[in-house]
Design a protein. Structure first.
Length: 168
């Protein structure tokens, strides 16, 4: 089943979807950026559950409950190691790991932030290329997923993700 891919600007903790994705480190502690926003909105329980499942290898993903947030869960995708640095390979792996986990969870919709572009310092344009390509490439394997949403913090990210999506 082919799913719809959407690009929006906003707060990932308010997106209308089944699960949201946290751009995590492999130790799964939740500091600032997307992780901080999710922890702030959903509660300490999300970080406690995540840390209990870690550490994981960079590129892998696990899920927890969503605390006070109205989601089936939060997917924690390790896009960086303890050094808080990421790479093309890790962003692609973490994206695919998140999609595989979403399929395993039998969710219909998932919202992604731009992996590694905050603390990781990864360029937004390269991130858009990697993540959109991974999501488009995963389409033939999707069984349950019906919507994949890229939720960007600002219009700069939104424009880059939209442009990349139109080229695929």
């Amino acid at each position: 089943m082919a799913y719809a891919i959407e690009v929006i600007t906003g707060d990932i903790t308010t997106v209308d979807t089944d699960v949201i994705v946290n751009a995590a480190n492999n130790e799964l502690w939740m500091g600032s950026g997307v992780a901080g926003a999710i922890k702030s909105a959903g509660g300490q329980v999300i970080e406690d559950e995540a840390k209990a499942k870690g550490p994981i290898l960079p590129g892998q993903a696990v899920y927890t409950t969503a605390g006070k947030l109205p989601y089936m869960g939060v997917v924690h995708a390790a896009v960086m190691g303890r050094d808080l640095k990421t790479s093309d390979k890790l962003i692609r792996q973490a994206t695919v790991s998140s999609l595989n986990l979403a399929e395993k969870m039998k969710v219909r919709s998932i919202a992604f932030p731009a992996f590694g572009t905050g603390v990781g310092g990864f360029p937004m344009k390269a991130c858009a290329h990697l993540m959109v390509s991974a999501v488009v490439g995963f389409k033939p394997r999707a069984v349950n997923l019906q919507r994949v949403i890229f939720c960007l913090l600002d219009s700069y990210g939104e424009v880059l993700f939209r442009e990349r999506l139109q080229r695929n």
